[in-house]
Design a protein around this ligand. Structure first.
Ligand code: NAD
Ligand code: IPM
Ligand code: MN
Length: 346
């Protein structure tokens, strides 16, 4: 069976890490056929848009999208991200963003004692603080106003929280919900209520409400007490950079944007951005991108290939073939080559 995957290498280190993910997937012979889409900041500089007007329809014609990163110092971030990444996530209604955070053997922990880290973040991916509702008035005047309004819908919260409960059921049976319903009185209070309501459907899952500030501290001080964490769009964003650091660094973290239970084209991307500070040097860590390809293979219905690729990533980390951000000296392509070699050896 052939899987048609659209690749958006994007900006900065995006093309460098995506090339390694493609190489690894090709070595699996899982029937993935790639179509490269040149969307991103160079496309924008030539044509004034990050992607063509029919981009959502184009993407709907594929079984999955693998994206590198978006963002270029020459274009404002709110333009590039709203025109591409957020348009894909929101326009395709990919409401669940999965971000596993696991510290692999061989990767140095930033924490003393190197405690195990194995958490799964489920980030709401279409609304909340990223709803895009707001505006500005009285530009340049002393009384200039800027409003950025969060939007929480019962349907939107319920679907992502239910999905998180289901995932917790399949893992260690603990769901932690992160909100800030002491200072904020509306959206996060609705969120907390939905978590309580759904608890009845999942008697085998232990759930807890933790204020997001306290949760940030607990992720560092007692990471192993966390299993599945469900959070709003912004809180999930912030917490997963912290989670990435706990698994070695930004270059290690993977993500999947999904609409579970539908046949909507899912989107896979490393958690990190375009890393302009190291772009073009061949030193970016490709593990987050390769791990995102593992998540993609699962969604494409190739669990055996996914498992093999994850084992290969683990093998390479264990052997110490790492980029400099995780304490090694290997170049981006050397890590990719090592993953391919590991697949051949096992
Ligand atoms: P960033 O994730 O690009 O970089 C943060 C730090 O992590 C930098 O020091 C960088 O060198 C390091 N880093 C990131 N990826 C790495 C990798 N693969 N290997 C080794 N080190 C890595 O975040 P930023 O600097 O805040 O943002 C840069 C640009 O990327 C901005 O334009 C931002 O809007 C955009 N961005 C895009 C995405 C995305 O496309 N998914 C995600 C985050 C940020
Ligand atoms: C991420 C990124 C994006 C987000 C930005 C680039 C819009 O930080 O995927 O974590 O906030 O969702
Ligand atoms: Mn982020």
């Amino acid at each position: 069976m052939t899987h048609r995957v659209a690749v958006i290498p994007g900006d900065g280190v995006g093309p460098e890490v995506v090339a390694e993910a493609r190489k690894a997937v090709d070595a699996l012979d899982a029937g993935v056929e790639w179509t490269e889409l040149p969307w991103g900041s160079s496309y924008y500089r030539e044509r004034g848009t990050m992607m063509p007007g029919d981009a959502l329809d184009v993407v709907r014609g594929f079984d999955a999208v693998l994206l590198g990163a978006v963002g270029d110092p020459s274009v404002p971030d709110y333009v590039t991200l709203w025109d591409l990444l957020l348009t894909l996530r929101q326009g395709l209604d990919l409401w669940a963003n999965l971000r596993p955070a696991r510290l692999l053997d061989g990767i140095p922990s930033p924490l003393a004692g190197g405690p195990a880290v194995d958490m799964l973040f489920v980030r709401e991916n279409t609304e909340g603080e990223y709803a895009g509702v707001g505006g500005r008035a009285h530009a340049g005047l002393e009384n200039e106003v800027a409003l950025e309004t969060s939007v929480f819908t019962r349907t939107g919260v319920r679907r992502v929280v239910r999905f998180a409960y289901e995932l917790a059921q399949r893992r260690r049976g603990l769901l932690t919900s992160a909100t800030k319903s002491n200072a904020s009185r509306y959206g996060y209070v609705l969120w907390d209520e939905v978590v309580e309501e759904l608890a009845a459907e999942f008697p085998d899952v232990q759930h807890e409400h933790v204020l997001v500030d306290a949760l940030a501290a607990r992720m560092v001080s007692r990471p192993l007490t966390l299993d599945v964490v469900v959070a709003s769009n912004l809180f999930g964003d912030v917490l997963t950079d912290l989670a990435a650091a706990l698994q070695g660094g930004m270059g290690m973290a993977a993500s999947a944007s999904l609409a579970p239970g539908t046949d909507t084209t899912p989107l896979f991307e490393p958690v990190h951005g375009s890393a302009p500070d190291i772009a073009g040097q061949g030193v970016a860590n490709p593990v987050g991108a390769i791990w995102s390809a593992v998540l993609m293979l699962v969604e494409l219905g190739e669990p055996i290939a996914a498992e093999r690729l994850m084992r290969a990533i683990e093998d390479v980390c264990r052997k110490g073939i790492r980029t400099r951000d995780v304490g090694g000296t290997a170049r981006t392509s050397e890590v990719g080559d090592a993953v391919v070699q590991s697949l051949r050896d096992h």
